[in-house]
Design a protein around this ligand. Sequence first.
Ligand code: PDD
Length: 282
Amino acid sequence: MSRFAYVNSGFLPHRDACVHIEDRGFQFGDAVYEVWGVRDGHLLDEQGHFDRLYRSLDQLDILFERSQYSLLVTIHELLRRNRIRNGLVYLQISRGVAPRDHAFPQANIAPTVVLTAKRFNFDAAAQRAEHGIRVITQDDERWGRCDIKSVNLLPNVLAKQAAREEGAYEAWLVDGSGLVTEGSSTTAWIVSRDGELITRPLDNHILPGITRKTVIAIAKSMSIPLVERAFSPEEAHSSREAFITSASSFVMPVVQIDDKIIANGTPGSLSLSLRNEYLRAQ
Ligand code: PDD
């Protein structure tokens, strides 16, 4: 079956879909993006991702006039054309096409909109969660506005590649003070020896994860004590449990950080129950 993508105002066969060479997303990384998980045809955390999308656009002064409703209709049409009921949807919006100049173009240009969708194997993810994943730590070499979901992902790409080369699933990024910020494409969490759920507070150093927000709400509803503070890799090494969250991994237990096995090397019970609750709540 041929796959379809959406560019600007129309659907195209995936292999023919492209953007202009002078697109500012390509030339400067002057673009934002969002990712939704799709389950049984529904977008997971639909509103949270839209809210963050419009905030990212606003923070970069990208004038985007299309409504959430109009985007949502297009997303569902894309899923329908690709016959996807379980998968991932990616949306990139760049400032648009203009002759190369670092400063914003003088003339009002139309933002470029790209939507793609792919199938996601929920069973494989569930199996991964049963065993847990391994993460490595890497220096956080990103810019100072990681709260904006921009497509400038080179440090994230390099960190993920380092993880892959070591046979790990994710890289946790460590700031200049020796504290974990987040994963290269996920939020980082630990459970302390006292059973407290710990994740870094929101500021410019991390992306405000939408899955993070939902998991916090779930933890509160389960009366699990939650502390929003930074933690070091050393504290994580001796934690009771660790896990990551994101639109594509939901809640994924971590069983090894660098060469340190977490607890007994199997997924923690709190991580697994948060995963089940997250999937049940959607
Ligand atoms: N990544 N931190 C970073 C740096 C991320 O890129 C992501 C998401 C997250 C988790 O955010 P959320 O829970 O809203 O997905 C945290 C997506 C999935 C990606 O780039 O593919």
